[in-house]
Design a protein. Structure first.
Length: 644
């Protein structure tokens, strides 16, 4: 696999966890507080830790060693004279080029780490240094001369960064559980966060489930002084110019070259690098490219679930593994302690998270961690190249809108509650919405506004009047002159991708000390593909057309052209079987009722209807169960302990 060519003991990036406190009034920060925050994210960096505390600033760092855990790369890191300090979680793929440029400008280096390169880049260019960085990152820099704390998050949102800001202080961390170690951070449910969660099954944008805790948006940085805070967008995909006349052959060649370059960069490591392999297009493309740059078999990891899942992709993964001669590892899951897994997931994610695919993701991540510290994942391929069926369905919505309203309403009523027609009913419900931005968001909802109105108790009814589709109204029509397909992809890149898939991958992998890298989200590749017309991505009912053209002859033909499907966790069956007592006990007990969030009668109706088989509410029950278990771990009582 790729190594640094000089082999001179360079210190390159390591995935990790960061945290810190800035007392805006100038009072000293205690080392004990930063230690508590740092300890809460130990799983993100079990190989080492570091603290810097000086007057009103305290920085913490946890390290997962990927390349050379030497003292010269220790964090938090100083610029040499102690006036500027950095704590950094990231992977900078162009740090050698940036280092050479800084050397030519007269800067000196004590190490060969990318952390020091980033610190010097900030000293040279200030916040504009972000325009030169290629990679995934979340970091904080304390500028002692300016008495300024500078926070930044990568363009796509691969690495998370949360903060709590008041006139008195700014606290930040890679995970919310670190913030909760401070007594000044409240433990209260935000009505906006609850509304977002019930609507989409996850937090949205900068909002979280916690009152007073925010997430720095992708492509933004934050500057904080004693008396001023400024959040600035430094990158937006919407600025990419569209190439309407682009030719398919040229675009396919560009995709091949850009993807190959992204994979090559993402493989740099001094420890073995593996890959998740489902046998689908995206993971197969990653493995195919990796095999071109490795001098040894790539370690690949696949899981099959013999616990009621809709299908098993182990055969597809084996086909790809044989094609590229990988060192293939398979895990067949025959039994699951689902309740114990749910508890682990609730702790790992800090917020209630209703995408049940995080369960198999945690399992495969833990399996891979037995063999490697780094894995490449195919996440992002669908959002960059157009891999979801809803893209084609959304294009058909304008024709569906021509059907008289009374006929559409009749069709919805006929299909409502029919288990076999759940997906069709969802599609018709979405296509019936007249506003394009709201319609697109409707494809992804868990509870409709009407269902939430029935569910929310009067004591919390203030959450029912919020705009559930604010993020979709904000992003859907923003890129001027973009075609429909590219507007949908842009919207997903700003919402669905960072809020769901990147959240799922980061928290599941880092929970077991595994670094997950996503070559499809290299920003140079993303910008290149975004400039291409939508007609090259969705061709009639064919998704990912240009990616498939680029991979012809490289990835097996049967992989490129098989129907798309993702692993489907059998929630409906679980809640009619082994999890039926659990969900009833949790959602109907007195502890849940006294919170005052939900109408107990509405909960009972959902449980009864689902158990009878008259309709399927597995996703809704999973959403509610995760919320209550989250309340018990994070809202009730002291800071949660790590699950045993």
């Amino acid at each position: 696999m790729p190594r640094r060519p000089d082999g001179a003991g360079e210190v390159a990036p390591a995935m990790c966890g960061i945290c810190g406190v800035f007392d805006r009034g100038g009072s000293p920060v205690t080392a004990a507080l930063v230690e508590r925050m740092n300890d809460a994210i130990r799983h993100r960096g079990p190989d080492g830790d570091g603290l810097f505390v000086d007057g009103p600033i305290g920085l913490g760092h946890r390290r997962l060693s990927i390349i050379d855990l030497s003292e010269t790369g220790r964090q938090p890191m100083s610029n040499g004279d102690g006036t500027t300090w950095i704590t950094y979680n990231g992977e900078m793929y162009n740090y050698r080029e940036l280092r050479a440029e800084l050397l030519s400008l007269g800067w000196t280096f004590r190490s060969t780490s990318d952390t020091e390169v980033l610190l010097r880049a900030y000293e040279q260019w200030g916040p504009a240094c972000l325009e030169r960085v290629r990679g995934m990152f979340a970091f904080a820099i304390w500028d002692g001369r300016q008495r300024t704390l500078f926070l930044a998050r990568d363009r796509i949102g691969i690495k998370p960064l949360y903060y709590h800001l008041t006139d008195a202080a700014l606290l930040f961390a890679s995970e919310i559980k670190a913030l909760l170690r401070s007594p000044v951070v409240p433990r209260a449910v935000d009505p906006v966060g609850l509304n977002n969660y019930l609507t989409f099954g996850h937090s949205v944008g900068s909002d979280t489930m916690y009152a007073g805790i925010r997430k720095l948006p992708p492509g933004h940085h934050l500057l904080c002084t004693a008396d001023r805070t400024q959040i600035v967008k430094y990158w937006d995909l919407g600025a990419v110019a569209q190439r309407r006349g682009a030719r398919e052959e040229e675009c396919a060649e560009e995709v091949r070259e850009r993807l190959a370059d992204a994979v090559r960069c993402h493989m740099v490591s001094d420890v073995p690098v593996g890959a998740f392999l489902s046998g689908g297009i995206d993971s197969s493309a990653i493995v195919a490219m990796m095999s071109r740059f490795s001098d040894r078999p790539i370690q690949t990891f696949a899981a099959g679930f013999d616990v009621g899942g809709r299908y098993d992709e182990l055969a597809d993964a084996r086909l790809v593994a044989r094609r590229f001669g990988t060192d293939h590892h398979e895990l067949v899951v025959g039994q699951l302690d689902v309740r114990a897994l749910i508890e682990r997931l609730v702790y790992a994610y800090d917020e209630p998270f209703a995408d049940a695919a995080n369960l198999p993701t945690l399992i495969i991540a833990e399996f891979a961690r037995r063999h490697v510290k780094v894995v490449l994942s195919g996440d992002g391929g669908d959002e960059v190249f157009g891999g979801y069926r809803r893209y084609s369905a959304e294009r058909a919505s304008r024709y569906y809108q021509l059907i008289p309203a009374f006929l559409r309403e009749h069709l919805v009523r006929r299909l409502a509650g029919r288990r076999r027609w759940h997906r069709v009913h969802k599609a018709i419900e979405a296509m019936s919405v007249p506003e394009p931005d709201v319609r697109y968001g409707t494809w992804l909802t868990v509870f409709s506004d009407e269902a939430k109105a029935e569910l929310l108790d009067g004591a919390f009814e203030r959450g029912a009047g919020l705009d559930s589709f604010r993020a979709y109204r904000e992003h859907y029509n923003r890129p001027e002159g973009w075609d429909l397909v590219n507007r949908m992809l842009y919207t997903d890149l700003k919402t669905w991708l960072p809020d769901t898939y990147l959240e799922k991958l980061d928290k599941a992998t880092m929970a077991v000390g595994l670094e997950g890298r996503v070559p499809f989200l290299d920003h140079l590749l993303v910008e290149c593909v975004a400039s291409m017309p939508g007609r090259l991505k969705i061709r009639r009912l064919t998704t990912k057309h240009i990616l498939k053209q680029a991979l012809e002859g490289l990835v097996p033909h049967e992989v490129l052209h098989k129907p798309k499907h993702g692993f489907s966790v059998p929630l409906d069956e679980w809640f009619r079987g082994e999890l039926k007592p659990l969900v009833a006990d949790v959602l109907l007990d007195e502890r849940t009722r006294t919170r005052g969030f939900f109408d107990p009668a509405a909960i009972e109706r959902i449980l009864t209807t689902h158990a009878s088989g008259a309709a399927s509410f597995g996703t809704q029950l999973w959403t509610l169960l995760n919320f209550e278990l989250w309340c018990r771990r994070f809202i009730d009582g002291p800071a949660p302990a790590v699950p045993s």
